[in-house]
Design a protein around this ligand. Structure first.
Ligand code: ADP
Ligand code: MG
Length: 725
């Protein structure tokens, strides 16, 4: 008997070749396959009689096969399968397929079939090229409906998946439902069987949307359950209270070469107040790129270290960790703290020196961080390499006050003596929903004192609309930097139509000749969570085109997700050192490093991105003294993109984006493997609030989910899916 837990390899229709491919996708059981969801649909619902009215449209045509043959073209070494059908009005249509000679076996003259595809007219004859097809007697699966398209993987076609899933779908009736009948009724949500049926083989757009809404609600409900469960555990724990030392902070602020913005002041105050409590802080600091989060974090770190405790700071990449290390060494160089950078490649400590010359081991402090310091400071910095083992020992014994690293810092063998505060930067890389997991790990850090857990400050540069964060977090511990330092020149942003591209290229040339540098950002072509080879190829080709045809006089670098970390860093360092004038990069690569000299950005096919994402990209320019530009190359005229011409305020843009594309995009990496599309359809912010309320009701009554085994199991599975790196 086949059931939900049956391994796919035991199914007679799944041959060993497929088992391997399915395993690669993490699909092991029947249940896994049922949750492998389409990411888009071809709309072949319109079944029509052949007519010029439908030219260039996607339609379905039904007809009788009157001729069928394979033609070999020796020149191009191809087989073309060619058939003719006549529809009920005796109108003829020619359909051809390339290099699939075997389809002829099924296309028997005299039988009736359905063909779906784009209708063309060649030499007066209707035609379709590579149409989807099936026998007219069959249930519409590949034609004549909303046809599901699954994320493509080599060796696994959507057609094959449809065939399997259609057959197995009735088993979904046995799935336990994570959402109770009560909740489903309250919010008119489909049960899980109906939802999966409509997701794989939707009967209509409306039913598809309802199904997506149900999955989005479920996702949000699980996120809420997990977040609140951890929050409850967390609230019951103790942390080291750190007294608010006003004098210390005043002195620190006074020495900065700028005055704090009101937003920075307020956020610092909120955080320092939290630190005073013996209940662990769990606060999110949300502020646009460049809003000055580092200083706010530094004030918190300063208090903790001055009180005799240790602080750990984490960044998502080694490059960013190193940048923070340099910033904090500068900021604290008059304080006699020991600061260390510990990542896979770095084991550094920094040492302030009075002499004007430094015998740096690993290069001296980089210039751009000097801005944190008054010009008259005579102290310089020396960076020293350390033995990893010895450094870890120093952290454990408390000789190091401040440790900076990547997220791996809290997962590895590092233990502390008295860790009071953990700061996690650029948390958006992990997604808002993954905070809970970070929190759990933070609680698990060995701080040498089992009675307390550290205070946690997470920082994100993705402005989250206020309405959304309140819906999501409820009574929230959120500090917002919604004000930019006064000295900023707004980035000039322009939407550019294809026929204007050359003008922009000319402008860029003149800027580069003046010594500036430029980014060119390319969107992903394939809709998938990671970068595919197609995207890498496209980036490589564009790099080549720009280098040969457009900017032959300049040096161009190329950055994409398939490069090894070391290679990426190499490319970025070369760009930073001006060995490249232009950096062509795919959008998945995080160019986190500050390159103040880069003042121009082109974003190609900008219409493919969300506004918030575009705003994030352009944040990489405008970091220096030069006027910066962002050019949004767009195939289509788009009013949406004009919002970016009008404002540089990330929160305003985020609100607009929330209205346009829904809240899914603000939650970062999709956790349960549901495609983005599902989250985008969670357009109703209220739904998030409802999910939070329902989760709270359940947890209040049953904090350990003992009475809700289905939920407990779903949650278990859900956390296993969260990948932090
Ligand atoms: P982010 O929020 O992106 O982390 P940073 O903390 O890196 O921003 O700050 C960006 C730059 O702005 C730094 O060079 C910092 O020295 C500077 N800065 C921070 N606060 C202010 C301020 N109040 N006035 C002027 N410059 C500031
Ligand atoms: Mg920052």
């Amino acid at each position: 008997m086949i059931n939900l837990d049956t391994p796919l390899k035991n199914l007679p229709r799944v041959t060993p070749k497929y088992v391997k491919t399915l395993e690669k996708l993490g699909l092991l059981t029947v249940q896994d396959l049922l949750f492998h969801l389409p990411f888009r649909y071809d709309d072949f619902r319109r079944t029509v009689g052949l007519s010029e009215d439908f030219l260039d449209q996607n339609v379905t045509v039904e007809g009788k096969i009157v001729k069928a043959k394979n033609i070999r073209t020796w020149k191009r070494r191809m087989t073309v399968t060619e058939i003719f059908i006549i529809d009920e009005n005796e109108t003829e249509l020619k359909a051809i397929w390339f290099n699939q000679p075997y389809v002829l076996d099924s296309l028997v003259v005299g039988s009736t079939i359905r063909l779906s595809g784009k209708l063309l007219l060649n030499d007066g004859v209707f035609s379709m090229s590579n149409p989807a097809w099936e026998r007219a007697t069959r249930d519409a699966t590949n034609t004549g409906r909303l046809v599901p398209i699954y994320p493509e993987t080599k060796g696994l076609t959507s057609k094959w998946l449809r065939w399997q899933i259609k057959d197995l779908l009735p088993l979904a009736q046995d799935l336990p439902d994570v959402l109770s009948a009560e909740i489903r009724e309250k919010y008119s949500l489909y049960d899980i069987f109906t939802a999966l049926t409509q997701l794989h083989f939707p009967e209509s757009r409306e039913k598809l949307l309802r199904a997506q809404k149900r999955m989005a609600f479920q996702e949000m409900f699980l996120v809420q359950l997990q977040t609140q469960k951890i929050k409850k555990d967390w609230a019951g724990k103790n942390s080291l209270p750190i007294a608010f030392n006003e004098k210390l902070i005043q002195n620190f602020v006074k020495k900065l070469p700028f005055t704090l913005t009101d937003a920075q002041r307020k956020a610092s105050f909120e955080i320092l107040k939290d630190l005073e409590k013996s209940r662990p802080m769990n606060r999110l600091l949300n502020g646009d790129v460049g809003s000055g989060k580092t200083i706010v974090a530094a004030a918190a770190a300063l208090e903790a270290v001055s009180a005799g405790s240790q602080v750990a700071i984490m960044a998502p990449t080694e490059v960013l960790a190193r940048q923070h290390f340099e910033s904090f060494c500068e900021l604290f160089k008059d304080y006699n703290f020991s600061i260390a950078l510990l990542t896979n490649s770095y084991k550094l400590t920094c040492h302030p020196e009075r002499s004007p010359y430094s015998d740096a081991v690993e290069g001296s402090a980089s210039e751009h961080h000097q801005q944190y310091h008054k010009a008259d400071s005579s102290t310089s910095l020396r960076y020293a390499q350390n033995d990893r083992k010895k450094l870890i020992e120093k952290i454990k014994s408390g000789k190091i006050n401040l440790v900076i690293g990547t997220h791996a810092l809290i997962q590895k063998d590092v233990a502390f003596k008295n860790l009071a505060l953990v700061i996690i930067d650029e948390q958006h890389r992990f997604g808002v929903a993954q905070r809970a997991a970070l929190q759990q790990e933070t609680a698990g850090i060995d701080d040498g004192n089992r009675q307390t857990i550290p205070h946690l400050l997470t920082m994100t540069a993705t402005p989250i609309p206020r309405t959304l964060s309140i819906a999501f977090f409820g009574s929230l511990d959120l500090s917002i930097l919604d004000e930019m330092p006064k000295n900023r020149k707004p980035i000039i942003t322009t939407v550019v139509a294809p026929e204007e591209n050359h003008k922009i290229y000319t402008l860029i040339k003149s800027e580069i000749k003046k010594g500036r540098q430029a980014f060119v950002i390319l969107p992903l072509i394939e809709e998938s969570l990671s970068e595919s080879m197609i995207d890498v190829k496209a980036a490589t080709q564009e790099h080549e085109r720009l280098e040969e045809k457009v900017f032959p006089e300049f040096k161009l670098g190329l950055l994409h997700g398939r490069l090894k970390p070391k290679e990426k860093e190499d490319v970025m360092n070369k760009f930073k050192n001006k060995e490249f004038d232009i950096l062509v990069s795919t959008s998945v690569v995080e160019v986190g490093v500050d390159i103040p000299n880069a003042s121009i950005m082109i974003i190609e096919n900008a219409e493919r991105f969300g506004l918030s994402q575009l705003h994030q990209f352009r944040g990489r320019v405008g970091r220096g003294v030069h006027q910066s530009y962002c050019f949004l190359f767009s195939q289509k005229k788009s009013e949406r993109l004009r919002i970016l011409e009008k404002t540089n305020d990330g929160f305003v843009i985020a609100e607009a984006d929330l209205k346009l594309r829904g809240p899914g995009q603000f939650f970062g990496v999709v956790q349960s493997g549901l495609p983005d599309i599902t989250m985008e359809n969670l357009t109703n912010v209220k739904l998030i609030k409802f999910a939070r309320e329902e989760a709270a009701i359940i947890l209040n009554d049953d904090p350990q989910l003992k009475k809700h085994p289905v939920l407990a199991e779903a949650l278990q599975k859900f956390s296993e899916h969260i990948h932090l790196e």
